[in-house]
Design a protein around this ligand. Sequence first.
Ligand SMILES: [Zn+2]
Ligand SMILES: [Zn+2]
Length: 353
Amino acid sequence: MKIPIKMRAALYKAPGQPLELAETEIPTPGEGEILIKVAATGVCHSDLHILDGEIVPPPEGFILGHEVSGWVVDFGPRCENPHGLSPGDPVVISWIIPCGKCYWCVRGQENYCPYAAARMPGLVGLNGGHAEYMSVPETAVFPIPKEVDVHTAAVISCAYGTAYRALKEAAVGPGTSLVVIGVGGVGLAAVELASALGARPIIAVDVRKHVLEKAAELGATHLINATNGDPLSKIRDILPQGADVVYETKPNPDLKLAVEIVRRGGTIVVTGLGTSTIEIPANHIVMNGIRIIGSLGYKPRTDIPELLTLAASGKIKPQRLISHKYAPNEINEAYKNLRIGLHHRAIIIWNTK
Ligand SMILES: [Zn+2]
Ligand SMILES: [Zn+2]
């Protein structure tokens, strides 16, 4: 594969400003890094928190894009290449890159590894994939099975990964009754994965008709449009004793509905980021033995290969989640459309092959 010198990339400017599509140098892979030719990047709600300046802004010129797929181009010095990758192989890039050695990693909680927290491609410390090329630590790189389309696979590394880990943390399995509050990209992936895991019923709650219709296609057994009447009474009609698990995916979660509809001894899992504060009556939690779990990202070393296997076997079909594909010069439009809730999941196509 011939490597050019320059690439197009969407550069971060400042809080509240659009990204700037510009020409910049293609990175040289450092020690233990792999240079990736980017196929696609997801347009994720987490990016809006950065673009809006809700969290510490990255430096000017930073490259966002943490949901990435592409092809191996070149290896930096001292790569161990544990997956036996060759140039041209299709890969998914994890935005969680655990060290494998720290207190959290050795306890199986690699998604909370402090090393990973300081180096998340496209989010913190390392440039992401909103570019034609990116260089990442090889421990972030996972091979895509031949049955899975490389562009589609991008959504495995955030939407599906986040949803899969949340469902696992809440022990969702055959016969688990599940309510998913908010069926954007992560919520829709959760519905599809829960269906594949055998959860029943799966009740999807949102205020948007088009995402609820998509949730039905992906395996939701009941749809509740929260703009029409009281969602609480509708859920109680379906599950009089409450839900085994409530998964609230919304950004700026409040858990108000979740605590009302989880059953005694049930579990609430939450993955949405934001600036909200959650207020919950203490007695209600104690008297009902409710477990509330926050879940960040996923455990890449097990979750990414498992998700790719589910996709290769057809148990999940990530292509059904992708509603919009944008060219690099449409990236700001993509975020505008994300903000108004237009997408199921959208990707930017950086290279076609
Ligand atoms: Zn994301
Ligand atoms: Zn670690």
